[in-house]
Design a protein around this ligand. Structure first.
Ligand code: CO8
Length: 259
C-alpha cells in the first residue's frame, strides 16, 4: 500500500498504522482520513492480521482536523459532504478486529475523537488529550461531546468541551480515558506486544468479546447481559473453546486453530 500521509507495516499478526504528517502535527486532512480508512480496510480483510495499532509520533498522535483545510468551508459544503467524505471519519468504529490507539503527545479535537473510537487507548507518559474546538469557534464533530462524556463523566467532559482544557496522561488514566500509561519510548513496542497477544488468541472469540463490550454502550444492562450470554453459549460450539479449556486442564499452552 502506498500512502502519503500514513505509514503502514505488519509486525507478525499486527497491522501497524502510523499517522505521518509531522509538519502539521498529524492534523487529520481529508487525504489522511481517506488513507487511514483504506489502510483499515486492507488490514481488516487480511486474514494474517489479528489486531491493529494506530499511532502517531512522539510529539503528536493528531492535533485535530486540519484547520487550514476546513476554515473556509461553508455550512452547505460541510453538511452535504458530511464534513469531508462519506463515512471515512467513523471508519475505525466499523472495524471488527480490535484496534488499539497508542497515543503519545497531543491528541486534540479530532485526534482525541479518533483515539476514543479505537477499542482502548495506551497512553505515552507525555500524552495530552483535549477538545479545543470551542477555542476556534466550533464544537467537536466526531463524537467528542458523546464519547468523552461516557469515558470521563459529565463534569470533566463539560469542562473540557467548554474551555478546551487539556488532560495529561495521569489525569486521563485516573479518569478512565486510557487503560494505562507507558514510557513514551516504549509505547509502540508495548502496543504491538499487546496486539500480538490478542492476535494469538482465538479470533472468533476475540471478535465476540469486542462486540459484547461495545454492546454495553448501545443497549440496556439487561439486554446487554442477554447478548453476552448468547455469545458465551455460542463459544461452546468452537473448537477453540475446547482447545483452550483442555489446554488449561492439561497444564499446557493452548494452540488455537482460528487466529
Ligand atoms: N490543523 C492544521 N495544522 C495544524 C493543526 C491543525 N489541527 N495543529 C497544528 N498544526 C500545524 C501548525 O499550524 C504548525 O504549522 P506551521 O509550522 O506551518 O505554522 C505546525 O502544525 C506546528 O504547530 P504549532 O507551531 O502550533 O506547535 P505548538 O507546539 O506551538 O502547538 C498545539 C501545538 C497546541 C497542538 C497547536 O498546534 C494547536 O493548538 N493546534 C490546534 C489544535 C486544535 O484546535 N485542534 C482542533 C481542531 S478542530 C477539530 O479537530 C474538529 C474535528 C471535527 C471532526 C468532524 C468529522 C465529521
Amino acid at each position: 500500500m502506498a500512502f502519503e500521509t500514513i505509514l503502514t507495516e505488519t509486525r507478525g499478526p499486527v497491522g501497524l498504522i502510523t499517522l505521518n504528517r509531522p509538519k502539521a502535527l498529524n492534523a487529520l486532512s481529508k487525504q489522511l482520513v481517506t488513507e487511514l480508512a483504506a489502510a483499515l480496510d486492507a488490514f481488516e480483510t487480511d486474514d494474517a492480521i489479528g489486531c491493529i495499532v494506530i499511532t502517531g509520533s512522539e510529539r503528536a498522535f493528531a492535533a485535530g482536523a486540519d484547520i487550514k483545510e476546513m476554515k473556509d468551508k461553508t455550512f452547505v459544503e460541510a453538511f452535504l459532504q458530511n464534513f469531508i467524505g462519506p463515512n471515512d471519519w467513523e471508519r475505525v468504529t466499523h472495524t471488527r478486529k480490535p484496534v488499539i490507539a497508542a497515543v503519545a503527545g497531543y491528541a486534540l479535537g479530532g485526534g482525541c475523537e479518533l483515539a476514543m473510537m479505537c477499542d482502548f487507548i495506551l497512553a505515552g507518559d507525555n500524552a495530552r488529550f483535549g477538545q479545543p474546538e470551542i477555542t476556534i469557534g466550533t464544537i467537536p464533530g466526531s463524537g467528542g461531546t458523546q464519547r468523552l462524556t461516557r469515558f470521563v463523566g459529565k463534569s470533566k467532559a463539560m469542562e473540557m468541551c467548554l474551555t478546551g482544557r487539556q488532560m495529561d496522561a495521569a489525569e486521563a488514566e485516573r479518569a478512565g480515558l486510557v487503560s494505562r500509561i507507558i514510557p513514551v519510548a516504549d509505547l509502540v513496542e508495548e502496543a504491538v506486544k499487546v496486539a500480538t497477544q490478542i492476535a494469538n488468541l482465538s479470533r472468533p472469540v476475540v471478535l465476540m468479546a469486542k462486540e459484547a463490550v461495545n454492546r454495553a454502550y448501545e443497549t440496556t444492562l439487561a439486554e446487554g447481559v442477554k447478548f453476552e450470554r448468547r455469545l458465551f453459549h455460542s463459544s461452546f460450539a468452537l473448537e477453540d473453546q475446547k482447545e483452550g479449556m483442555n489446554a488449561f486442564a492439561e497444564k499446557r499452552p493452548p494452540n488455537f486453530k482460528h487466529r
